[in-house]
Design a binder for this molecule. Structure first.
Ligand code: KG4
Ligand code: ZN
Length: 338
C-alpha cells in the first residue's frame, strides 16, 4: 500500500443495499472520488433476479477485500480516513446489515464517527461528483430498480417529494419487460442492447398518466400491454420482432420519465435538473434529455453511467449533508429496509 499524505480527513464509504458490494474513498467535501470499487454479484444471474439471502452471503465474502481495494486504489491507508459513511436504508435488510456491520467495525476500531446515508440521497449526490460546482436548488429524478420518484432539492439539501410511481419502478418495468422478452438480467442494459437496431415507433405501448396534471408515474399497465402483445404475436413473430419490441418498450419507459421530469422542472422553475439511479445509465434517456434540456433552460446533470448504478462514491458524496453519529453511539444503530 502506498502512503501519500497523513491525516487527510477522507471519507471511506460503503454500499451494500442490493447486489453490488461497493467501497470508495471520497474527498472531505464529497465532490471527488479517489477510488470507487464495485463488485457486481453474478450469483443471481441464473435466478433472473436478486435473491436476498444469496446477496447477504456474497457481500459477506467480498466486503473486506472490496474495502481494502478501495484504500489501495486511492493510495491511502486508514489513518487518512476520518469518517465512515455507509448506506443504512432503504434496501435488502440482510445486505444492508453486512455493510453497516463492516462500517461499524472499521469506525469503532479507530474511534471514528459514522455517517448513516440514505441510498436515495446517495443516488442524487452522484451529481456532485459529476459536477463539483452544482448546488441546490434543483429538481431530481431518481429512477432505479426499486424507486422512481421526483424530488425538489432545496438549498439545505433537503429532498421534497413531488411525485412517485404508483406501482412498479422504471427499472423494475425494464427488468420485467426484458424477462418477458427472454433477455438477460439485469433487464435494463439487456433491453438497451436488444433495442439497438429496433424501430421505437413500431409498437405503440402506453405511457400511463401522461395527460394527468400530476408528477406521478405508473408502469404496471405497460408491462401488461407487452404481455398481451407477445401473446398476440406468438413465439416465432416475437423472435423476429424482438429489436422492435425492445425498442418500443424502452421508448415508452423513457417517454414517461422525460415527460414528468420536464413538467417538474417547469413547475418548480428549476435552474438545474439531476437524473440519478441505474436507469439514468440508459443511452436513450440520456440522449432524449440532452435534446430536451436545450428548450428547458435548466442545467442538466446526469452522472456517467458508472455513477448512476449502485456505487459507494455516491454514498461518500452524500456524507457532507448527513448528520454524523459520534463514536461509539452508532453501535446500536440498525439498518432499515424502507
Ligand atoms: O440504482 P440501481 O443500480 O440499483 C437500485 O438501487 O435499484 O438500479 C438498477 C436498475 C435495474 O432495474 C437495471 O435494469 C437498471 O437500473 N439499469 C438500466 C441500465 N443500467 C441499469 N436501465 C436501462 N438502461 C441501462 N443502461
Ligand atoms: Zn440504487
Amino acid at each position: 500500500m502506498i502512503r501519500t499524505m497523513k491525516n487527510r480527513k477522507l471519507i471511506l464509504a460503503i454500499e451494500t443495499s442490493c447486489d453490488d458490494t461497493c467501497a470508495a474513498v471520497v474527498e472531505p467535501d464529497g465532490r471527488r472520488a479517489l477510488s470507487n470499487v464495485v463488485h457486481t454479484q453474478t450469483e443471481h444471474d441464473r435466478y433472473g433476479g436478486v435473491v436476498p439471502e444469496v446477496a447477504s452471503r456474497a457481500h459477506l465474502e467480498r466486503i473486506d477485500g472490496v474495502i481494502e481495494r478501495s484504500l489501495a486504489d486511492a493510495g491511502i491507508c486508514l489513518e487518512d480516513v476520518d469518517r465512515v459513511a455507509v448506506t443504512v436504508r432503504p434496501g435488502l435488510i440482510g445486505a444492508l446489515l453486512v455493510g453497516l456491520s463492516a462500517a461499524k467495525g472499521v469506525a469503532y476500531a479507530r474511534s471514528l464517527p459514522l455517517v448513516p446515508v440514505n441510498h436515495l440521497e446517495g443516488h442524487v449526490a452522484a451529481a456532485y461528483l459529476a459536477d463539483p460546482d452544482l448546488e441546490p436548488p434543483f429538481v431530481a429524478l431518481i429512477a432505479s430498480g426499486g424507486h422512481t420518484a421526483l424530488y425538489a432539492v432545496d438549498r439545505d439539501h433537503d429532498m421534497h417529494l413531488l411525485g412517485e410511481t404508483l406501482d412498479d419502478a422504471a427499472g423494475e418495468a425494464l427488468d420485467k419487460g426484458a424477462r418477458m422478452l427472454g433477455l438477460g438480467f439485469p433487464g435494463g442494459p439487456a433491453l438497451q442492447k436488444a433495442a439497438q437496431n429496433g424501430d421505437r415507433n413500431r409498437y405503440d405501448f402506453p405511457v400511463a398518466l401522461k395527460g394527468r396534471d400530476n408528477l406521478d408515474f405508473s408502469f404496471s399497465g405497460l408491462k401488461t400491454s407487452l404481455l398481451y402483445k407477445l401473446k398476440e404475436l406468438g413465439e416465432e413473430r416475437t423472435r423476429q420482432e424482438l429489436p422492435h419490441l425492445a425498442a418500443s418498450y424502452e421508448a415508452a419507459v423513457v417517454e414517461a420519465l422525460v415527460r414528468k421530469l420536464t413538467r417538474a422542472a417547469d413547475i418548480e422553475d428549476a435552474p438545474a435538473v439531476v437524473v440519478a439511479g441505474g436507469v439514468a445509465a440508459n443511452a436513450l434517456l440520456r440522449r432524449t434529455l440532452e435534446e430536451e434540456s436545450v428548450g428547458l433552460g435548466a442545467k442538466l446533470v446526469i452522472p456517467p453511467p458508472e455513477l448512476c448504478t449502485d456505487n459507494a462514491a455516491m454514498i461518500g458524496a452524500a456524507a457532507p449533508y448527513t448528520p454524523v453519529i459520534a463514536c461509539p453511539n452508532y453501535l446500536s444503530l440498525n439498518a432499515r429496509s424502507v
